[in-house]
Design a protein around this ligand. Sequence first.
Ligand SMILES: [Zn+2]
Length: 279
Amino acid sequence: MANDTIKIGNVEILHLSDGMLEFDLCNFFPTIPGESWRDYESHLTAEHKVRFNLGSYLIRSAGRTILVDTGLGPRPADTPDVPWGELLRDFTAKGVRPEEVDMVVMTHLHRDHVGWNLTADGARWKPTFPNARYWCSRTDWDACHRPDVQPQRFPNAPTCVWPLADLGLVDFMDGEHALTRDLTAVPTPGHTPGHMSILVTSQGQRALVLGDAAHSPVQLQEPDWVSRADMDPDLTRQTRRALLDRLEREHIVVAAGHFEAPGFGRIVRLEGRRYWRGL
Ligand SMILES: [Zn+2]
């Protein structure tokens, strides 16, 4: 198994996982005809489904500990056998305590990126990461409060995101935003209106925590394939194309939370086509 930790200059990036999700192709990529997948069978499960890791990244930089994304959250009591809900167990397995986290950064506010933000404490909510402040884009914050989009697009926001304001724990990112000396949030809109990717820069080396700017390595070759989760298809395509160009051109290491774990790799070009090369 590939290594769960990489170093970018002085910065350490540790992969953590909340488990996985699987979807039928026609469900997740409803506009892509089945036969278009013929060249990409190797990216599918034996049952012809897409499987997504629910990856988070713990970044240690200049004395700070930053958790990017918090998975889908605790397993519901009525469906105890789902293959997710593993994040805190993975913390323990990798020797990290939730108390160590001093910033939680959400690439966006979809349900599989905010699930462990808060823990039920009787009728109230308490932060799962008790020493952290929580950062999200103001544009996504506004979107997840819009009655016309919230129920479908941000279904767990009322329990996993909204209470952060009452607890006084939320900080907003407006446009490109310096989080620490080494970390900058970069707007990559389309998947959600305020979607952010996190650029790590240290000692001349760089990595990008991608968020959901791509869900599958197939989209390196088919950047126009949008999923039902991409809220603005045209902007998603535009953002993804520009981002892939930059990642390839500048040889930036990528941390892709939904690619096969741990999701570290680079975009390389072979005979004119782009490929994912895991580290
Ligand atoms: Zn996602």
